[in-house]
Structure formats: structure tokens, C-alpha cells
Design a protein around this ligand. Structure first.
Ligand code: ARG
Length: 265
């Protein structure tokens, strides 16, 4: 069965506020370019074998295009995000309604806990690896573990720039992991090293991390990222993956890239 991915067209995408270090409200988005870049990503994922589902964009929420933050999905369950910042809180209702209408069992966390969905919770070897501090509270990790009955390993995000775990940590099929070690403290690195054998770890450089190379979408053996280095492509190929790069510069202005624009459902 084809892997299903939820995406939201960037019709109202813009930088209207700044809630992460990449966002600068003086920098404008080229709407036409953003739409083309988004369409290209969508076509690449379809060609790689994914089935793309669409949620309608809404005018008052310019970041809704980043569907990774809609929810955390496990089988038929969707734990809807509780956004940290009021600017994105309005998205919760739209995502809740979409999952309800599309046959998911929608689950919500207590109101005072922040949790930003698959942006901060990723599956690796039957476990969830979840980030905390910038956007997601560590208390959310216990809640999601109890709701889904899956072990959750908490990893602190040690920098402001890599504020969602999916900006610096990307599990791939076969137990491989792309990650940026400098986004974690020494304890976080120990946790990663204890869970993923050395030969399955693909470390990115500072340059690659800032090009959002960890923010990758993996469909089968294909790995899709923003434009990055030749070195990175070679590393992926050594592990048996096929790398496709596509320009996502307009979305980088908002602190997001390929993975943030998608949600596996
Ligand atoms: N501007 C968005 C925000 O700050 C970008 C979200 C990126 N999403 C992600 N899953 N890393 O919330």
C-alpha cells in the first residue's frame, strides 16, 4: 500500500511573525516561487510512490503549510498538536477537524502542555524519539507514551536554531539515522549513540544542517531534501539510499524544509 502523506498548499504562507531564529519579518516570501517549490516537492514524493492527501489552507494561519506539526499519527490515532505560540494555536482546530472527518481517532493533550506533533516526535525502531524545550514540553512525552502505549525516549534540543527534533534528527528505513550531533548536548549524543549503531548513523556538517539536510522525507529508498552538499549525497548513497534535492529556499525563510511540509498519515 502506498505511503500516505498530508500536505497543505502554501496559499497563505508568509512571514507575519517570528517564532524561531530563522524567521525575519523584514524578509518577504515570493509566493509564486513558494508555490512552485511546494509543487515540485509534491511531484517528487508522488513519483517516489507516496499518495498525497491535501488539507485546505486557511487565511489566518501562514504556517499551516508545515503539516508535520499537525499531529502525531499512530495507526488510526492522531494526537493533535498543542502549539506553544498563540500565532499557531489557531491551526489546532483545522487539523482536529480534518483528522475527525477523515476517520481518525483524534486525541488531545491537557491544555497547558505544549506539543508540536511529528515535528517533535519521530519513530525509530518501534520507539518514539521526542524532542523537548523549545516547542514541546517534556511532560507531553509521558502523555503520548501513555496514549499510544509506545516507549518514548526524550532528547533535549540544545540549540535555538534546531528547535524541532525533525530539524536535526531523521530516522530512515532500515534503522538508519541522519542527525546533527551539535544540536544535542553530550547526554543527548550518548542517548543517540546507545540507540543507533555507528554504521547506521549519518552525521551532517554544520553547513549541511543549516541547509536543512536532516529535514528529509524518506519514501522507500528515496530521501528528499532541500539543496545540499555532494558529500551528503555520497553518504546517503553509501548506505543504499537514493538522494533527491529540491530547492525549498522560500520555506527555509520560515525555518522549515521538506520534512516540515509533510506528515505521514
Ligand atoms: N515557522 C514554523 C514554526 O516556527 C516552521 C515550522 C517547521 N516545522 C517543523 N516541523 N520543523 O513553527
Amino acid at each position: 500500500m502506498a505511503e500516505k502523506i498530508l500536505m497543505c498548499p502554501p496559499l497563505y504562507f508568509d512571514i507575519k511573525y517570528s517564532i524561531n531564529p530563522w524567521m525575519n519579518t523584514d524578509i518577504r516570501i515570493d509566493a509564486k516561487k513558494a508555490f512552485e517549490q511546494w509543487q515540485n516537492l509534491k511531484s517528487i514524493l508522488q513519483d517516489a510512490g507516496a499518495e498525497i492527501k491535501i488539507i485546505d489552507p486557511q487565511e489566518d494561519v501562514p504556517d499551516m503549510v508545515f503539516t508535520a506539526n499537525a499531529a502525531l499519527i499512530y495507526k488510526n490515532k492522531a494526537i493533535i498538536s498543542r502549539f506553544k505560540y498563540k500565532e499557531r494555536k489557531k491551526e489546532e482546530k483545522y487539523f482536529f477537524d480534518w483528522f475527525n472527518e477523515n476517520g481518525y481517532e483524534t486525541l488531545i493533550l491537557p491544555e497547558n502542555i505544549s506539543f508540536e506533533g511529528a515535528g517533535d516526535a519521530l519513530y525509530l525502531n518501534e520507539k518514539i524519539f521526542a524532542g523537548y524545550v523549545p516547542r514541546t514540553d517534556i511532560s507531553a512525552h509521558t502523555c503520548i507514551s501513555e496514549l499510544l502505549n509506545i516507549p518514548v525516549t526524550s532528547i533535549e534540543l540544545a540549540t535555538n536554531s534546531f528547535y524541532h527534533i525533525d530539524t536535526c534528527f531523521c530516522p530512515l528505513s532500515g534503522g538508519y539515522l541522519i542527525y546533527y550531533p551539535q544540536a544535542f548536548d553530550s547526554y543527548g549524543n550518548k542517548v543517540i549513540e546507545a540507540n543507533v549503531p555507528e554504521e547506521k548513523r549519518i552525521k551532517v556538517t554544520e553547513e549541511e544542517a543549516s541547509k536543512f539536510s536532516c529535514n528529509a522525507v524518506n519514501v522507500g529508498k528515496t530521501v528528499v531534501t532541500n539543496l545540499t552538499t555532494e558529500r551528503f549525497t555520497k553518504e546517503l548513497e553509501k548506505k543504499g539510499f537514493f538522494h533527491i534535492q529540491t530547492d525549498l529556499s522560500e520555506f527555509i525563510k520560515s525555518g522549515g524544509s521538506a520534512k516540515c511540509l509533510t506528515l505521514k498519515i
